[in-house]
Design a protein around this ligand. Structure first.
Ligand code: HEM
Ligand code: MTE
Length: 467
């Protein structure tokens, strides 16, 4: 066996451009990844941040790399090792950007630790109409910033000729306090059902990337008006920037149309309270946007800046993600500019009880779940089938009816039904109808898309009947 070639850190460092080739290190191993740069799923520019140096500080930020298939890819490019002296001197004190993340509730089912992404288990999700803060699903793209409420300032960019505002929390409390119950759902909720059909790119969310809270804060329209903004005739967008950022300093960002932001009836909030408490750190402390009826991605947390722009936010998450495509579109053919960003979400429902694979009592079954639709459209009915969709029964909707056009929150529902005699197993299915008579598609295949978003086919659970 040949002994590996030995390099110094200086040598590695001199290989940090396509002309000199691109080298990186992991532990004591050295890799020439020039040929991989263009193939990197996270994009060439991200990989290039590590060119000529160690991967650890970047991989600590993107925990997605802690998988064997990623290590296998890297192994193909190995060219040698760092010299033993280098190893000793370089015991990297990588400051872990996630070290300061808050402590989380052990009941949460973690889909990714760094950044933190987790959902409540189904059996807890519909225990309460209002999701308790500690088990509210969490979707972070980056480390959680640790913001000081005393020095926190929210920057509102004024219109030309108007005034920009720099609002402290106390300033924000001076606006009329508005409180509403809003369900927040991630575009990736139920993605795992899409990936079962065919691979998609994204976190494996089950049915729990959805939760409901009472949110209180200032109305965005009041704050924008104070800065001198008005509804203009041209199409415009309100852009939000978070105070969480990646190693390049790029902040999380998203936007919504100005018409929605300025409409008092749309009730868009700059929220500082969640279920009567200050926002928990994972959910945007001290201030986040809440956009009722709209996909979670626009509810920007740790809000730092609000501006009105002629174009949508240029953020990756507005333009290169959170869009829907035909099942025929793949990563070679996708044109992100060809599809609008997701705003209002389609009608959705899922079964939270019983669980897939469970053994149920032979006499009676109780089926429970949630249903919700975007844009303030109310859920008017949930149909449940015990035989895979051949016959249906109407479930009982819990919770109170909501104001017309402002059904921002989910309805929980349940059905108690006798188990048909002689059945050994049941294929339980649910589907919801909203007040525009939108319904859910019966299967995943026709709505499958490469990013696994907008997964809202009939939800199906298979259970065994106790003998
Ligand atoms: C995703 C490999 C360097 C940022 C991925 C994936 C692979 C990969 C295989 C897809 C993982 C999956 O979906 O299961 C590598 C290799 C690298 C490298 C071999 C070094 C040679 C970097 C660096 C950064 C980075 C230095 C950041 C500064 C990302 C991001 C994603 C990703 C953000 C997620 C993309 C998405 O979710 O669409 N990488 N990576 N990578 N990588 Fe890397
Ligand atoms: N805001 C910031 N600043 N950073 C983020 O990573 N994630 C978005 C949105 N706002 C995100 C953000 C996404 S995709 C969703 S679904 C919701 O926050 C999730 O909110 P939650 O973690 O409070 O449930």
């Amino acid at each position: 066996q040949e002994s590996p070639r030995i390099y110094t850190r200086e040598e590695v460092k001199s290989h940090s451009s396509p002309e000199t080739r691109i080298w990186v290190t992991l532990g004591s191993e050295v890799f020439d990844v020039t040929e991989f740069v263009g193939l990197h799923p996270g994009g060439p520019s991200k990989l290039m941040l590590a060119a000529g140096g160690p991967l650890e500080p970047f991989w600590a930020l993107y925990g997605i790399h802690n998988q064997s298939h990623v290590r296998e890819i890297l192994a193909q490019y190995k060219i040698g090792e760092l010299s033993p002296e280098e190893k000793a001197s370089s015991t990297l004190k990588t400051s872990d950007p996630y070290a300061d993340d808050p402590i989380r509730h052990p009941a949460l089912k973690v889909n990714s630790q760094c950044p933190f992404n987790a959902e409540p288990p189904p059996e807890l999700l519909t225990e309460n109409y209002i999701t308790p803060n500690p088990i509210f699903f969490t979707r972070n793209h980056l480390p959680v910033p640790n913001l000081d409420p005393d020095t926190y300032r929210l920057h509102i960019v004024g219109p030309p000729g108007g005034q920009s505002l720099s609002l402290s929390l106390d300033d924000l409390y001076q606006f009329p306090k508005h409180e509403i119950t809003v369900t927040l759902q991630c575009a990736g909720n139920r993605r795992s059902e899409m990936s079962q059909l065919k691979e998609v790119k994204g976190l494996e969310w089950s049915t729990g990337a959805i939760s409901t809270a009472r949110w209180a804060g200032a109305r965005l329209c009041d704050v924008l008006a104070q800065a001198g903004h008005q509804l203009c005739e041209n199409e415009a967008h309100v852009c939000f920037e978070g105070l969480d950022s990646d190693p390049m300093g790029t902040a999380y960002g998203a936007s919504i149309p100005l018409t929605r932001a300025m409409d008092p009836e749309a009730e868009v909030l700059l929220a500082y309270e969640m279920n009567g408490q200050p926002l928990p750190r994972d959910h945007g402390f001290p201030v986040r946007v809440v956009v009722p009826g709209v996909v979670g991605a626009r509810h920007v947390k740790w809000l730092g800046k609000v501006s009105v722009e002629p174009e949508e936010s240029y953020s990756h998450w507005q333009r290169r993600d959170y869009k829907g495509f035909s099942p025929s579109v793949d990563w070679d053919t996708v044109d992100f500019d060809s599809a609008p960003s997701i705003q209002e979400l389609p009608v959705q429902s899922a079964i939270t009880e019983p669980k897939d694979g469970e053994m149920i009592d032979s006499r009676e079954v109780t089926v429970k779940g949630y249903a919700w639709s975007g844009g303030g459209r109310a859920v008017i009915r949930v149909d449940v089938s015990l035989d895979g969709g051949l016959t249906w029964q109407v479930a009982q909707l819990d919770g109170k009816e909501q104001r017309p056009g402002k059904a921002w929150a989910w309805r929980l529902w349940q059905l108690q039904a006798p188990v048909p005699a002689g059945e050994k197993e049941l294929n339980i299915v649910c589907k919801a109808v909203d007040d525009s008579y939108n319904v859910q598609p019966d299967t995943v295949a026709p709505i499958w898309n490469l990013r696994g978003v907008l997964s809202n086919a009939w939800h199906r659970v298979h259970v065994w009947v106790a003998p």
